[in-house]
Structure formats: structure tokens, C-alpha cells
Design a protein around this ligand. Sequence first.
Ligand SMILES: [Mg+2]
Length: 329
Amino acid sequence: MEPPSTSDHPPPDPEPPPASDPEGAVIARVLAARPPCHQPDPPAVDAGDDAAVLADGMAWTVDTLVEGRHVDGRLSPEDVGFKAIAVSVSDLAAMGARPTTALLSLALPSPDPAWLDGFARGVGEALARWDIRLVGGDTVQTDGPRVITVTLGGPVRDRAITRTGAHPGDALWVTGTPGLAGAGWRRADPPAEALAALRRPDPPVAFALSLAADALPTAMMDLSDGLGTDVPRLAAASGVRLVVDPGRLPDHPALADDPMGHRFAGGDDYQLLFTAPAWATVSLFALARAHGVDLHCIGRATVGSGAALPDGSWPKGFAWFAPPAPEGA
Ligand SMILES: [Mg+2]
């Protein structure tokens, strides 16, 4: 993660992202062109985490869904509306922030009242679910597919939980069933539970805020792009090695045809991935029980870098961007 910029110095050149992270490469090119900023109060958490946290304690995130790419006919217009809000709720929760305020931008190919009414109902359902106020946005016409962008803000509960604080010896935890939504996306004929997870993400917001209030996680992010992509991101941000034991991952009949593929390359979980010291274990299970959250210890942090299974290998993750073509191709 890039350290916060200061008012006196241009932001330092970010570490070049690994070739395995083409999304990171796109973001790094934009961030590298940022000029010095002369505002007095730098952000508490700058670009590179699930959300930025400003000096006033508000966390902000933005997320885009492209029809045909991130959502398709497996989701109703209501599902798309609900999910557009839920994916950003997930990012704020992972910072220990309570979502309060949303902006919505829609690029639509043509007026389609039936689609729009369904979409609006889904948005409304999500706003009601998490008590979020929609305060504005933008609409444009496009020749391409529908594009939905949600900007979401909310105050950090106490102190922001970032991706950077994991220590060797910490345990690695995950909520929910990694891969369930991935099975909904990847399987030709997905079971109902997998489709439900894909259509209606349910980030554990109240649990995340309790974790933050009790300062239990040392590092936290939301699991959105699959274990194969997100565990290495958490390891890199914290400067530790994260070892995942697949035998400790929760099982589910919907994963049976390709358990490792759904879990590691599936994505769309919108659950929490975090590290915590061993002494926190009893408290973590008590909090999870109180919130009705399914919590699993799936591994640990060690000295080193990267992510690994116990045998040292690592399954390929999911990337929204295809890797860049080789030079000259
Ligand atoms: Mg995230």
C-alpha cells in the first residue's frame, strides 16, 4: 500500500505491482501521475486499501458493475440494484466503517422502465437494509452495456482497520463460505444456495464494526476477488507470508465439482478476510456467535512474503483485467 501523501512532498512512486496483478498495474499508472497536494490534512488512509479514510474520519469507496462482465442474466434487475450497493458496503465494513451516504451513477443504453423500476427496488432494498441515504448521482446514455457506479461513504467506527497490520504468528480468519458465490458464477447449472450468494451478497457489517470496536483484527479486507487473489494482497500489504490450510476451509455441497477453483478463483464472496493475534480467538468466536456469523480460522501469518498452501504452492486467483499482452504482440 502506498503511504499517505503529505502537503509538502509529491507522493512517492508506488511499488510496481506484480505481473500477476493487472488491476494493480492500471491503478499504479494513475496514482503515479498524482501531483503534490497542498491541502493541510492528508488522508488517514490513502489509496491502496478497501476504502480511503479522510482526516475527518469518513471512509469513501467507489465500485462499478458492468452488465455482461460483473452481472448477467443470472441476476434480476432487483438483484443488480441490491448488489451495486452491497459490494461497496462490504468495502466500508472491511475498514471498520458504517455506511451512511451513497451517490449513484448510471450509464444506460436506452430507457427501459421495467428494468429501471426493478433496479430501483433493489437499490431501495439495500439502502433500507443498511440505513443508507442516497444523496445524488448522475445518468448518461451509452452505446455499450449498462454500467452502474456507486460511491459510498461512512464514518469509521473507532480506528480504521487497514490491510497493513498483520504480524507473524497471527491467525488468518474468514467469514462465510468462500467460493459459494463463485460456484454461482462458474457453474453451468448452479445450485440455489450458490445463486443466492451471487445475487444477494450479505457482508457482515455489524460483526465487522464490533471487531473494529474491540480492536481485534490486526489487518482486514473484504474477500471480493477470491482467496487466490485477495490473500496475496493482504500478505503484500502487511509484509508477511500467509499460509492457508485448505482442510480448514468450510465445505459446501455447491463446491463439490471444483472446490479449490470456486474458493480461490471464484470471487464475489463479499465476506471478511482478516488476521488477529492468537489471544483473540475466544473473543472472536463469541462475537461471531452473537452476530450469527460463520467464522473460520483458515491459516496463519509467518515471516516471509506472499501466500502459500502448506506444500508451498498457490492456486491461481481471479483477475477482472486480462494480463497485458506481451510487448510487440
Ligand atoms: Mg475490497
